[in-house]
Design a protein around this ligand. Structure first.
Ligand SMILES: NC(=O)c1ccc[n+]([C@@H]2O[C@H](COP(=O)([O-])OP(=O)(O)OC[C@H]3O[C@@H](n4cnc5c(N)ncnc54)[C@H](OP(=O)(O)O)[C@@H]3O)[C@@H](O)[C@H]2O)c1
Length: 270
């Protein structure tokens, strides 16, 4: 009798928010896990929780800072050294910074590009090659509804998510004759640590719009990933907003986004 080992999902950003919810969904479906983020103590707690709650056989913690250019290769080599084959890659880690582009700290914005774009491309390159060689595998890319919307006061973040969507759609076309699939998940504003980390917790978007529940968003993304769908906007209101931004001029969309990203009580200038 051949005993097959469970498939493995590697999740970046697994220490919080959507990444943590993805870890639970994969664990429930009996995947082994590789958990990546900077907060090693939190990743170890989550690893223990997955074993206790879902009986997950193997949970590997690889604590790395994805703003360091060498991190994706180190993660790939460490996972390989441990003899783990990655069947699903979830590129979830990401962050933003609120404020005027002309005033925000350059180093922080270059780190956003490194984490949200470069690390995602790097990990995709490494794991996609392995998946294509096996003709098997799935990749989930965390885009956003702002992938479709120029985002004043979060200009670099918004542009990073536009990159993720464009990149994903292009590679989906390139791999369409294989059994490897790639999916872009496009959440709207979701109740995670994202707004606090970005210094955007007092914006109209964070305070006055209905935030999605991370468990619901992750469930939508997980189902789209399993079906091999190319993109999924999570939530009906976000679907309407995304459809509108497809037909409205970018300047109009940017003005609307600016109003949402102003601090509550501030008067919008645009
Ligand atoms: N929340 C929203 O409204 C929303 C909407 C659309 C898309 N998204 C996207 O969803 C993804 C997950 O975000 P979230 O909402 O779940 O926010 P979150 O709760 O802040 O989680 C972000 C995750 O990314 C990790 N991360 C951040 N910087 C990192 C770095 N330098 N190296 C390694 N890991 C890093 C964090 O872990 P450590 O801090 O432990 O490193 C954390 O696990 C992001 O790509 C975000 O852009 C979020």
């Amino acid at each position: 009798m051949v005993i097959q080992s469970p498939p493995t999902a590697l999740i970046t950003g697994a220490s919080s928010g959507l990444g943590y919810e993805f870890a639970k969904l994969f664990a429930k479906d009996h995947y082994d896990l590789v958990l990546v983020a900077r907060n090693e103590a939190r990743l170890r707690e989550i690893a223990e929780e997955m074993k206790q709650t879902y009986g997950t056989g193997r949970v590997t913690v690889v604590a790395r800072d994805l703003s360091k250019p060498e991190a994706p290769d180190e993660i790939y080599q460490e996972v390989k050294r441990q003899g783990i084959e990655v069947n699903v890659l979830v590129n979830d880690a990401g962050f933003g910074e609120h404020g005027l582009f002309s005033e925000n700290d350059l180093a922080t914005e270059l780190a956003i590009i490194q984490v949200n774009i470069s690390a995602l491309v790097h990990l995709t390159k490494l794991y996609l090659r392995d998946m294509l060689a096996r003709d098997e595998g799935k990749i989930l890319q965390l885009a956003s509804t702002v992938s479709l919307m120029p985002s004043p006061l979060m200009a670099v973040y918004g542009a990073s998510k536009a990159f993720v969507l464009s990149f994903t759609e292009a590679v989906i076309n390139e791999i369409k004759d294989s059994n490897v699939t790639m999916t872009a998940l496009m959440p709207g504003a979701t109740d995670t640590n994202f707004f606090r980390r970005a210094g955007a917790e007092n914006t109209v978007a964070a305070q006055d719009t209905p935030l999605s529940e991370p468990a619901d968003v992750a469930r939508d993304g997980y189902e789209a990933l399993m079906k091999g769908e190319s993109r999924l906007v999570s939530g009906i209101l976000n679907k309407i907003q995304a459809a509108a931004s497809n037909v409205l001029p970018d300047g109009v969309v940017a003005s609307g986004m600016r109003k949402l990203m102003e601090e509550k009580g501030e008067k919008s200038e645009q």
